[in-house]
Design a binder for this molecule. Sequence first.
Ligand code: UT7
Length: 323
Amino acid sequence: MTRRAVVVGTGHYLPERVVENAEFEKTLDTSDEWIRARSGIERRHFAAEGETTSSMATAAAKAALDDAGLTADDIDAIVLATSTADLTFPSAATMVQAQLGMTRGFAFDVQAVCAGFVYALCNASALIASGQADRVLVIGAETFSRIMDWSDRSTCVLFGDGAGALILEAQTGAGTSDDRGILSTDLNSDGRYKDLLYVDGGVSTQSTGHLRMQGNQVFRHAVEKLAKTATTALERAGLDAKDVDWIVPHQANIRIIQGTAKKMGLSMDNVVVTVQDHGNTSAASIPLALSVGKERGQIKPGDLIVTEAIGGGLAWGAVVLRW
Ligand code: UT7
């Protein structure tokens, strides 16, 4: 018998303000056509003034609790993936804890940029497997609009804001790949690639900074590393690509998503795609895609899912789970 972390609820939140590609044509030398063709992005949501990562995370968490038929009292831990916490400290996770009225358990943030949600899922799965927690609220939430350089057309058209949440619950499986829940994980990072994607400021350098990216370099790493990490995670579960019902990838660029599926020998019919409507929401993109994919009726109980992501660090990884 094996303790598995099984998804029992999903939820998401997107800010009200939708910004279409055409809006950038007013201030930048860019076009809707270029953004669609190079990234697949058509629109994104931007947080309103006063809206924060923790407020969006709380809204997504409440939706996931409702979906699971649970209350905050039923949750033992919150793991929140973000690179854009409201404050330097305390963690955004403890702010969500307070906003949910949760007075027990523990909460912490995970920072692995766009790979953050994969890292958070691994942490939550380990907490459940070890018996430290029976129910974990796992959230990805970001306000990347706050770290954009609005004069840099090569980055500011790509990112958006939002939050997604899952509730993982300990359930007993037989220890086989037929079990529901998280079956395997694979995490990687290589700090030598820091200069490909970073924010040029932070607390110990006394500034806030803006996102800087050598997009075409990140692109090259992405397809190769994502297909490899997904394949490694599948192998660890004793599975291969033909067993996969859905790839739920980090939503950065439709061409990366297509290239990864192709490398894995899978059709785009097996991929949940939201990049056209959300842009790149960093650590929020996978839980947003899982929640939207379930709402659309794509993801169903029993489906085998592989999620994969890469971002600043570089940090990348994959999780295989049965819904
Ligand atoms: O989520 C974290 C991980 N991040 C990613 O996965 C992002 C990975 N990278 C990408 O998605 C793509 O590299 C981009 C969408 C960022 C760029 O696409 P690309 O096909 O790699 O284009 P490029 O950077 O090689 O640029 C091609 C051209 C350049 O012009 P020249 O030098 O060829 O004259 C850029 O200046 O496109 C130009 N360009 C633009 N043109 C119109 C760059 N941004 C824009 C823009 N509008 N917004």
